[in-house]
Design a binder for this molecule. Structure first.
Ligand SMILES: Cc1cc2nc3c(=O)[nH]c(=O)nc-3n(C[C@H](O)[C@H](O)[C@H](O)COP(=O)(O)OP(=O)(O)OC[C@H]3O[C@@H](n4cnc5c(N)ncnc54)[C@H](O)[C@@H]3O)c2cc1C
Length: 297
């Protein structure tokens, strides 16, 4: 990007804010390939300023909160609408009860101003390897529902990410919601390392969901962010944790496997070597926290 380009006006585009899903798909149709979707705009406005995208039209989802917003539980599934903002997620009692790791991640996104408008759907659709909502959703075994003119389909969240800034959305599809199993007795935790406390992308993030009974872990999932081309489920460490004794020694073993599974790059935030070390430290810390919260000495 050229110096001062941020000061130059963004090239003009049509603006459409459909009131129904039918109007939304009509708007997509009417603009061929030349449209961009906007929700909170916290990623899209940056992309427009950087000229990374130059759409003919911007289609705003803001009038579709009835269809694409909201947070509710039904039949053992917590549904979070694509237009739910991180502020809503952070303060929602159902999220606190069934998806604590997602609540923790939401509470750490950007700043208060960013959290007030940035949406879950936008965070997933941007498909950054460092997207903070992704590891909690993957650890919790969530799926994402994609909606197009001809119907909807559902994918596990980890399959939605196909590469850095690439996702499984087809042209004319939107993220409509995320579904999280709302199981009693499953606890989930999230943490990250970053170069400062606020308003910063994660250098590494880790989320774990597991139950603990009689001193052993039940079905467990460890997910990692910012250490691979996409957020990942750390399969070997999840397998090693499942059914094992909830002890400090086991925390070390699971964390070491998670570090092995990480495939980080070196960049402005950290070297690959340091990121692997952070995966070990953060994973071990989260497991020890879960063990301590379960009252195991
Ligand atoms: C100062 C700042 C701090 C930030 N801090 C963090 C952070 O700590 N952690 C983090 O993870 N991110 C962070 N971000 C990135 C950004 O805020 C999030 O990714 C946010 O969730 C994007 O949501 P949005 O609603 O603003 O998306 P938008 O900018 O509206 O859209 C983002 C992309 O997704 C597409 N899109 C949006 N909604 C949908 C949908 N429902 N279906 C299909 N496509 C859709 C858009 O076309 C666009 O390509 C930060 C950004 C800024 C500017």
């Amino acid at each position: 990007m050229r110096p001062f380009q941020y000061l130059a006006p963004i090239p003009s585009f049509d603006y459409v804010a459909p009131r129904t899903l039918a109007e939304l798909f009509e708007a997509f149709n009417g603009h061929g390939k030349g449209f961009a979707i906007i929700a909170g705009g916290t990623d899209l406005m940056v992309a427009l300023k950087e000229r990374a995208v130059a759409p003919e039209a911007v289609v705003d989802l803001c009038r579709l909160r009835g269809e694409l917003g909201g947070i509710d539980v039904s039949k053992g599934v917590l549904r979070v609408g694509a237009l739910a903002t991180f502020s809503q997620i952070e303060s929602d009692p159902l999220v606190r009860r069934y998806a604590n790791a997602l609540r923790q991640a939401a509470a750490n996104v950007g700043t208060l101003q960013i959290r007030s408008i940035a949406t879950l759907g936008g965070n997933l659709a941007t498909a950054s390897p460092a997207a903070d909502s992704a590891p909690p959703l993957i650890a919790l075994g969530a799926s994402v529902t994609l909606l197009g003119r001809s119907g909807q389909r559902t994918l596990p969240v980890q399959s939605f990410f196909t590469g850095p800034k690439k996702n499984a959305l087809l042209r004319g599809e939107i993220v409509s919601s995320v579904e999280i199993p709302a199981g009693e007795g499953v606890s989930s935790v999230w943490t990250r390392a970053a170069v400062r406390n606020e308003n910063v992308l994660s250098t590494v993030s880790v989320a774990i969901a597991a139950s603990i009974h009689d001193g052993r872990f039940g079905s467990s999932r460890v997910a990692l962010g910012a250490v691979a081309p996409t957020p990942i489920l750390a399969e070997n460490s999840s397998r090693a944790m499942t059914g094992s004794e909830a002890t400090a020694g086991q925390a070390e073993r699971v964390a070491a496997l998670a570090a092995e599974e990480a495939r980080p790059i070196s960049d402005i935030r950290a070297s690959a070597h340091y990121r692997k070390h952070l995966v070990f430290v953060l994973t071990r810390r989260l497991i020890l926290q879960m063990v301590s919260e379960a009252g195991i000495p």
